[in-house]
Ligand binder design. Sequence first.
Ligand code: FAD
Length: 413
Amino acid sequence: RLRKGQVELAASGFAGNVGASRASKSYAGKIRLREIQGESRCMAKPVLIAVDDDAEVLRAVERDLRTRYAEHYRIVRANSGASALQALQSLKKRNEPVALFLVDQRMPEMSGVEFIAKGIDVFPEARRVLLTAYADTDAAIQAINHARIHHYLLKPWDPPEQNFYPVLDDLLSDWQASHKPVFEGVKVLGHRWSPRSYGVRDFLARNQVPYRFFDVETADRNPEIQKMVDDNGGATAKLPIAIFADGTALSEPTIPDIAMRLGLRTRADMSFYDLLIVGGGPAGLGAAVYGASEGLRTVMIESEAPGGQAGMSSRIENYLGFPSGLSGADLARRAVTQARKFGVEILAPQEVTKLRVDGASKFVTLLDGTEIGAKALVIATGVSYRKLAVPGMERVQGAGVYYGAAMTEAATC
Ligand SMILES: Cc1cc2nc3c(=O)[nH]c(=O)nc-3n(C[C@H](O)[C@H](O)[C@H](O)COP(=O)(O)OP(=O)(O)OC[C@H]3O[C@@H](n4cnc5c(N)ncnc54)[C@H](O)[C@@H]3O)c2cc1C
């Protein structure tokens, strides 16, 4: 049984006090990490929140909700109105949508109607269902009129196929029809022709982090962009600015700043491995998968984004096993998932700057100065392109002159 004031984020298996910053942070971190690792790149599932002070009823509600809706919704349960309100606040902060309040009317301290009246302020679009006993029917009917409740359900509702799901199906499809999902990726605010803005966009695109670019030069025609500028320092804003799903922002971020903020892994867990691979293009990823699948403790170090040059290709037609072709980004994502499945540690973005051999062991120095060793070393650093030998070229690189053909550039054509 949950203690008073506790709420359980059922789908994640995480239970804790909402508002306890460590717990909620680690939960939010898990979502972000899973998203960017490409294992679950979908938007956060909308939440159905069930509130009842009776533990047995709460369990039954959760069970019935899970049975039918767990695939598309996340079920959150709370055992009091106060703890449910706290849960709503933290869901709001994390930009997670709430589709349904399913609330018992008779609860001590805060009744169902009182909770709904407050919950509407946080999630006005959520569909609102009151659970009532037969004796409370009159109160429920009044609540429909006064507290903007969509429906009341009499307890018990068995069989759910008849008395529970049809009502919720209808309300949820209604909610889906009117719901505009919040964009959950990174918003990049900057100048279209700024090399730094381009660098941030290119990094996010190549690491398959969903992002949207907002060109400050169009702020006078676009109130959304104007508001972003105003919220981030107005005329003195230090661009580019990366704004994350939780509303926090980084001004003039470096790539390592963004990588750290996104939870990308740049440090090794161990100091010595069986196999160390420098470069995360198709060759490095292939070596990593085969090494780790043979049981070797494997680390792969990539300075930009796993996938290498192949990650920039819009369509690869000649990769074995994919007769109708696939995009380079898709190939990279699949290879990274496969490598991780076998336990490969992928450090990216991280660069190898030095190499030394000591007897049978090989050691590499990383850009941050740390050293990692291994019994075997594979160097799979691919190509580096010749740059145009034209005076002043560096100044316009990323600001009109580009190397490679990543999809990031397509938007500027
Ligand atoms: C736009 C485009 C489209 C393409 N389309 C096709 C196609 O359709 N079919 C086809 O067969 N080939 C295609 N290619 C070529 C193919 O992508 C390359 O042959 C292939 O990627 C080479 O793989 P690789 O792993 O050897 O090297 P790369 O893909 O070059 O990967 C090397 C990696 O090592 C990293 N690295 C370098 N130095 C360091 C360091 N010091 N520390 C850490 N990491 C480092 C780099 O960042 C890079 O990610 C295409 C290439 C491009 C650019």
